[in-house]
Design a protein around this ligand. Structure first.
Ligand code: COA
Length: 356
C-alpha cells in the first residue's frame, strides 16, 4: 500500500527575543504572572516576513530529507498571518526556495493548521497525485499584538517549522487523524478587520480578540478528547503512545491533555517557555526540536494535538519511520538584524499604545 512518511524536518526561529521582563515595560504584567499562568518565559519577534521564516525552515527540512526544492510536488503552508492575503504566502515560499514544479497554497486553520495541512498532504500522497510534499507552519502573530490587551499580548510569538512528507512503501506514517471545527463559536478567538469585512477604512485596528478562560476550557476538552479518539482509531492503547507533541498555547492546557491520555510528563514535548504560542508553527518547531534532542526513536507512536481560532481542533497519531537523523544539513539562516525588540514592536505601540 502507498504510504506517506516524514523524511525531513527543520525550523526557523527569528533571533530577536521578547522576554517577560521586556513585556513588563510594554504591558501591565509581571514575569511571575506570565510564568505561572502560561509557562512562557520568552518568545521571538520576526524582523522578516512569514515566507522568509518558512523558506529557512523548508531548506533545513529538504536537506534533512536529502531532497532539493525541485523534487517538491506540493507546498502546503499553514498560516493565519501571511504577509499578504493575495497572493498566498505559499507562493512566495515556492519562489524563495525555487520549488519550480510545486503547486503551492496556504491553509488557514489557525493553531490547528499544521495538522490540517499534514493530513491533506498525507491523503494526496496516498491518493497517488503527489509524491513529495513540503508541509510548513509559519506565523508572525507579533503583528497582531496589542499591549493594552495584556491577556493576549503575552501569549504569542513568531517562527516556522517544516517537514518533508514523502510517498513510501513502509507501513506507518499518519495512522489516524481527526479534524474538527466549531464555527458557531468563532467570535471567542479572532482578529477583527484582518480581512475584507465591511468597508475599506483607514482606522481598522487589528489585534487578537480572545475570551481566554472559555478558549482554555474548550481547548482542554477538544485536545484531550480528540487525542483519545485518534489513539483508539489507530488501534493503539495509551500505553503504546511514545510521545505527545501538543500545540503550545498554555502549559496548563498541555498538562491537562497529557493527564487525559494518562501520559507521564516525560512523554510530552514542551518548549512553550522559549517560544510562546506560534500558532500553526508550534508543532513542526517542537517536532524538529524533539528530533534534535533525540526524543524520537524509530517506530515511535507520536500523537499530535492542537486547538485554535475557528474554532478548530485537530489530532493525529503518526508512527515514525526508521530514520531519526538528518541525511544532510543546510546553512540557511535569516538575514541578521541590529534592531532591538522595542524597535521591532514600535509599530504595535504606535498603533495601540503601551499597556502600562
Ligand atoms: C489567557 C489566559 C492565559 C488567561 O489566564 P486565566 O488564568 O484564565 O486568567 P483570567 O483571564 O481568568 O484572568 C485572571 C486575572 O489575571 C489578569 N490578567 C490577565 N492577563 C494578565 C497578564 N498578562 N498579567 C497580569 N495579569 C493578567 C486578569 O485581568 C484577571 O484579573 P482580575 O481577576 O483582576 O480580573 C488563559 O485563559 C489561556 O491560556 N487561555 C487560552 C489561551 C489560548 O490557548 N489561546 C490560543 C488558543 S490557540
Amino acid at each position: 500500500m502507498r504510504n506517506a512518511t516524514i523524511t525531513g524536518w527543520g525550523k526557523c526561529v527569528p533571533p530577536t527575543v521578547l522576554s517577560n521582563a521586556d513585556l513588563e515595560q510594554l504591558a501591565e504584567t509581571t514575569d511571575e504572572w506570565i510564568t505561572t499562568r502560561t509557562g512562557i518565559k520568552e518568545r521571538r519577534i520576526a524582523h522578516v516576513e512569514v515566507s522568509d521564516m518558512a523558506a529557512v525552515a523548508s531548506r533545513h527540512a529538504l536537506a534533512a530529507a536529502g531532497k532539493t526544492a525541485e523534487d517538491v510536488d506540493l507546498i502546503l503552508l499553514a498560516t493565519c498571518s501571511p504577509e499578504r492575503t493575495i497572493p498566498a504566502a505559499a507562493t512566495h515560499l515556492q519562489a524563495k526556495i525555487g520549488a519550480r514544479r510545486a503547486a503551492a497554497m496556504d491553509i488557514n486553520a489557525a493553531c490547528s493548521g499544521f495538522i490540517y495541512a499534514l493530513s491533506v498532504a498525507d491523503q494526496m500522497i496516498k491518493g497517488g497525485s503527489v509524491t513529495t510534499a513540503l508541509v510548513v507552519g509559519a506565523e508572525k502573530l507579533s503583528f497582531f499584538l496589542n499591549f493594552t490587551e495584556r491577556s493576549t499580548a503575552v501569549l504569542f510569538g513568531d517562527g516556522a517549522g517544516a517537514v518533508v512528507l514523502e510517498a513510501s512503501d513502509e507501513p506507518g506514517g499518519l495512522l489516524s487523524f481527526e479534524l474538527g471545527t466549531d464555527g458557531e463559536n468563532a467570535g471567542i478567538l479572532c482578529v477583527p478587520f484582518s480581512g475584507t469585512e465591511g468597508q475599506p477604512a483607514l482606522e481598522r485596528p487589528q489585534w487578537v480578540n480572545m475570551e481566554g478562560p472559555t478558549v482554555f476550557r474548550l481547548a482542554v476538552q477538544a485536545m484531550g478528547d480528540a487525542s483519545a479518539r485518534v489513539v483508539e482509531e489507530a488501534g493503539l492503547s495509551v500505553e503504546e503512545v511514545d510521545l505527545l507533541i501538543p500545540h503550545q498555547a498554555n502549559v496548563r492546557i498541555i498538562d491537562a491533555t497529557a493527564r487525559r491520555l494518562k501520559l507521564d510528563p516525560s512523554q510530552v514535548y514542551v518548549n512553550i517557555a522559549s517560544y510562546g504560542n506560534t500558532s500553526a508553527a508550534t508543532i513542526p518547531i517542537a517536532l524538529a526540536e524533539a528530533l534534535e534532542e533525540g526524543r524520537v526513536a524509530p517506530g515511535d507512536n507520536i500523537v499530535f494535538a492542537a486547538f485554535g481560532g475557528g474554532l478548530t481542533w485537530a489530532a493525529g497519531v503518526f508512527r515514525w519511520g526508521s530514520r531519526v537523523t538528518p541525511l544532510g544539513t543546510s546553512d540557511a539562516a535569516l538575514p541578521p538584524t541590529d534592531a532591538s525588540v522595542f524597535d521591532l514592536l514600535a509599530g504595535n505601540v504606535a498603533m495601540h499604545g503601551k499597556g502600562v
